[in-house]
Design a protein around this ligand. Structure first.
Ligand code: NAD
Ligand code: UFG
Length: 341
């Protein structure tokens, strides 16, 4: 298939491109590089031989985006481009609605202009908000508790209404749990700007000495060791879920949502211990009060994706940590050069 990939230079997009090209699909990336570097696409090209082009373009530039789409005539779109920081979303609410919701409207108009009716969307487990039951399946009520989650829930609604408007349209909403890890080659991985907000990139930077100590946000949760539990999913498993989802368009009517997780819960302490095993030494950490907005536990019921997409997570926690460490230790400054001292 010819696939237009928005945000393809980002963490999840770049890993998905390698899997897509490896399966013989052709990809055109549209990315503003606001949170990524073209160097990530060079690494994708290094790891795969398939047809890959890219255009530097903001998805909110509707005229340009439509021109790109009309020229490429994609069979399907995978829509990763977006702003993703929960903490920042409160302070920059207008930007988050503009990119994540208005940007999606702009993309749908470009798809209409080019005659493409199939889209896979990067949604998030955060749309569920405080879990009512665990593991959460797709029928769980939608009730985001932060601005970022609201923008994802609104984009899901928009895509659902858009897909229902014409019989030839279809939207697949992939609700990612916690994507972590890196490509097995150690050549691609997550490259956050500034101080990482998420556990795994922060921990990796503690291990390289770039950060002093991991701050564990709370050890008084009602969990076996008191720290928060999440459903971490290897980024390569997540990438493959997108390739598997392309086949779903053959029978899809309207929109459908899928949880993409392993179903296994891992605590912050367990993750820290797994990391310490891989690097072979203890890692400095401190206990701090709970982070506002965090829940004790999030865990996916991935049965629907297993059944309907024919997809299943294959990698375990050790694979996640080993691949992350291979990437971080070989590329301590990500895709960029070290800062001048
Ligand atoms: P990322 O920031 O690494 O990638 C996003 C890409 O989109 C970047 O290359 C960025 O430059 C690009 N982009 C941002 N705004 C743009 C714009 N206006 N126009 C064009 N390009 C733009 O993030 P990621 O971790 O790869 O996440 C990809 C998607 O998955 C996002 O939509 C995110 O919300 C969603 N998601 C991520 C996680 C996670 O933990 N990483 C979890 C759930 C959902
Ligand atoms: N944590 C720490 N110290 C840190 C960072 C995190 O103890 O420095 C803890 C958190 O309290 C939580 C766990 O590690 O218990 C995971 O936190 P992350 O920030 O890595 O991930 P979240 O579950 O909070 O959120 C992530 C993404 C969201 C996404 C969500 C579900 O940041 O965008 O997963 O997909 F919506």
């Amino acid at each position: 298939m010819k696939v237009l990939v928005t945000g393809g230079a980002g963490y999840i997009g770049s890993h998905t491109l390698v899997e897509l090209l490896g399966q013989g699909h052709e990809a055109l990336v549209v990315d503003s590089f606001s949170n990524s570097s073209p160097a990530a696409l060079d690494r994708v090209r290094e790891l795969s031989n398939g047809w890959l082009e890219h255009e530097e373009c903001d998805i909110r530039d509707s005229t340009r985006l439509a021109q790109v789409a009309v020229r490429f005539r994609p069979d399907a779109v995978i829509h990763f481009a977006g702003l993703k920081s929960v903490g920042e979303s409160t302070r920059r609410a207008t930007d988050y609605y503009d990119v994540n919701v208005a940007g999606t409207v702009s993309l749908l108009r470009a798809m209409e202009a080019s005659g493409c009716g199939k889209i896979i969307f990067s949604s998030s487990a955060t749309v569920y908000g405080e879990p009512e039951y665990l593991p959460s399946d797709e029928a769980h009520r939608i009730g985001p508790t932060n601005v970022y989650g609201q923008t994802k829930a609104m984009a899901e609604q928009l895509l659902t209404d858009w897909a229902r408007a014409e019989p030839a349209r279809g939207a697949i909403l992939l609700r990612y749990f916690n994507p972590v890890g890196a490509h097995a080659s150690g050549r691609m991985g997550e490259d956050p700007r500034g101080v990482p907000e998420n556990l795994m990139p922060f921990l990796a930077q503690v291990a390289t000495g770039r950060r002093e100590a991991l701050r564990i946000w709370g050890d008084d949760y009602p969990t076996p060791d008191g720290t928060g539990i999440r459903d971490y999913i290897h980024v390569t498993d997540l990438a493959r879920a997108h390739v598997a989802a392309l086949a779903r368009f053959a029978t899809l009517e309207g929109a459908d949502a899928y949880n993409i997780g392993t179903g296994q819960g891992i605590s912050v302490r367990e993750m820290l211990q797994a990391f310490e095993r891989v690097v072979g030494r203890p890692l400095p950490h401190e206990i701090h009060p709970r982070r506002p907005g965090d829940v004790a536990e999030m865990r996916a019921d991935p049965a629907k994706a297993n059944r309907e997409l024919g997809w299943q997570a294959e990698y375990d926690v050790d694979d996640m940590v080993k691949s992350l460490w291979a990437w971080q230790s070989a590329n301590p400054w990500g895709y960029g050069a070290p800062p001048e001292s």
